[in-house]
Design a protein around this ligand. Sequence first.
Ligand SMILES: Cc1cc2nc3c(=O)[nH]c(=O)nc-3n(C[C@H](O)[C@H](O)[C@H](O)COP(=O)(O)OP(=O)(O)OC[C@H]3O[C@@H](n4cnc5c(N)ncnc54)[C@H](O)[C@@H]3O)c2cc1C
Length: 345
Amino acid sequence: MSENGDATKTDVIIVGAGPVGLFAVFELGLLGLQSVVIDILDRPGGQCAELYPEKPILDIPSRLKVTGQELTDDLLEQIAPFNPVMHFNQMADSVTKLDNGHWRMTTDMGIVVEAPVICIAGGGGSFTPKKPKIDGIEPFENKSLFYAVRKMEQFKGTNLLIAGGGDSALDWVLALNEHVESMHLVHRRADFRAVQDSVDKMRELEAAGKVTVHVADIPRVNGAGGQIESVTLKSKESGEEYDVSCDTMLAFYGLTMKLGPIADWGINMDSNLITVNTKDFETSEPGIFCIGDMCTYPGKLKLILSGFHESALMSHGAFHYARPDEKLKFQHTTSSSNIQEKLGR
Ligand SMILES: Cc1cc2nc3c(=O)[nH]c(=O)nc-3n(C[C@H](O)[C@H](O)[C@H](O)COP(=O)(O)OP(=O)(O)OC[C@H]3O[C@@H](n4cnc5c(N)ncnc54)[C@H](O)[C@@H]3O)c2cc1C
């Protein structure tokens, strides 16, 4: 991994680890191209993993029924032989063209990657946290109040209050519990929306006195100079207000999707979507392709299977930029011993 200007070089930078970005790794890999994948989320799967991990998808060819998470897990297994480098918790932020015609991408956390090709598979846009409706929280944001865990070390030894009742809140209760000094979990209902296994494990921690659970609203965050000193809770049962002493807060109130920095990359767009040709899904910028939900062309359907088709054609277009002196040899996986060897079959 490279940080602070020391660029990693690869064949294709894929923005987005949703189902389409993941399958693009496979199609590019079949042609011998290496990918680096960047996603703002802390895990792969895009909408499938984030919005409907347990819902059955019924229109993936030959899969009678597969949940969003199962599809993600299977795609990860399928692309594993191509060893993609994946950077999570990273917003693909700025893009510049180099003198050699390649692209340099910098993430908001300082990772720099250079490649002849960028493939945008940004779906509905980068997932952005919804902020809690608490007056006066802005001064604390990104100082002692956070909406995501970008680096776990940051939370070690803290007196942490986690707000929220879904999977993210409970995942981080479980992952951070043994690293913090003290932990409070605040949710406005007694029922948690997270998977039952996480709820059961959280209740075990509660029974062991390792997390204090509050069913309450959060009317105020108290402190000075951006540093939280306590959080005021209003009990749902009694209506009484009380202060919980803590120095750090993590709030998980769901996500919305925003186009984000991609809008500033100088690529032609139509109604917040990137216009592409249908030969290989190249954008108005040579060497930048766009596939999946974020691209638009006449007849576009926002379906996973459409994105898979676009991945295959995009990889052929990408090949000509990444291997300008080589001739692309189209091969079926059933008959290419070279591909079978790469895939370990
Ligand atoms: C409830 C629901 C049910 C659905 N059911 C079906 C179905 O049955 N069948 C079907 O085919 N489709 C279904 N869809 C649609 C399907 O989920 C999408 O078509 C698919 O997820 C698109 O894949 P994608 O990889 O293009 O984008 P996404 O899944 O949106 O992934 C894009 C990724 O890019 C990341 N990203 C974006 N911008 C940046 C940036 N600047 N930097 C870093 N990361 C970035 C995002 O964080 C995200 O992880 C459903 C959608 C929803 C919401």
